[in-house]
Design a binder for this molecule. Structure first.
Ligand SMILES: Cc1cc2nc3c(=O)[nH]c(=O)nc-3n(C[C@H](O)[C@H](O)[C@H](O)COP(=O)(O)O)c2cc1C
Length: 220
């Protein structure tokens, strides 16, 4: 199938777009408003952009009335946010914090999520999350949408502090991914977590015959 978004729909029962870009790491973002209300919400339009200095982005869509969600409003007002790694064990709290709470509601209190203070920024860190980045806003881009809520704020932050729980490291000093099971978003209401890792460092050619037959394999 082929379709041109904007002039036609896919014809499928659900929009397949987000299910094509998978898995997306979840930016479980904590912020604090100018008035001092703490906020926590998940954003799967999240990614690292470069590593020196380490830099991440989060894209927050607008509310139906075109106003920014609390996370975007707080980042724009204070210039600060924290990324908390979402893991399989934390999945219920990740989804719980996505509820459309009123702006005055502190999700940490509402969901009894334990927290610890940050070093360089005011937003809190989720205590049970094994890795957190303290971030300062460096750039912003307004992305227009075909509807009010499809428009987005793309917010870029420089990572000024990195916390890694020592218990999250292997004896060799690497992040123990399959033990942490980072949570990732797919399309629809689907999620995944990383349970299998394999190393790949060079082209061996062993797959060459398979690649020649990729179309056949897909249609078998
Ligand atoms: C796993 C997950 C990922 C999400 N990703 C996004 C996203 O990338 N952008 C967005 O605008 N909303 C996203 N949402 C919805 C927001 O979390 C939701 O609108 C939330 O109420 C926003 O909270 P806030 O107003 O406190 O920022 C996501 C929800 C879930 C459960």
């Amino acid at each position: 199938m082929f379709y041109s978004p904007g002039s036609e729909t896919s014809g499928l029962p659900h929009n397949p777009f987000k299910s094509c870009c998978v898995p997306r790491p979840i930016g479980w973002i904590s912020t604090v408003s100018a008035a001092g209300v703490h906020n926590l919400a998940p954003y799967s339009q999240f990614q690292n952009l470069t590593w020196d200095p380490p830099t991440v982005m989060v894209a927050a869509n607008a509310r139906a009335d075109g106003s920014p969600k609390d996370t975007a409003a707080n980042i724009l007002a204070t210039g600060e946010f924290v990324w908390n790694m979402a893991t399989y064990d934390l999945r219920e709290w990740v989804v719980g914090s996505s509820r459309d709470w009123a702006s005055g509601v502190d999700e940490f209190s509402e969901l009894s999520i334990p927290w610890v203070p940050s070093v360089h920024v005011a937003p809190r860190r989720v205590a049970g999350s094994p890795v957190q980045f303290e971030c300062r806003l460096t750039q912003q881009l307004r992305i227009p949408g075909n509807t009010a809520e499809a428009s987005a704020w793309l917010l870029v932050g420089q990572v000024v502090g990195i916390h890694i729980d020592d218990a999250a490291l292997t004896p060799a000093g690497q992040i123990d991914i399959t033990r942490l099971k980072p949570l990732a978003r797919m399309g629809y209401r689907d999620y995944t977590c990383i349970e299998r890792v394999f190393e790949l460092s060079e082209f061996t050619g062993r797959q060459a015959a398979g690649i020649a037959h990729l179309q056949e394999v897909l249609h078998a």
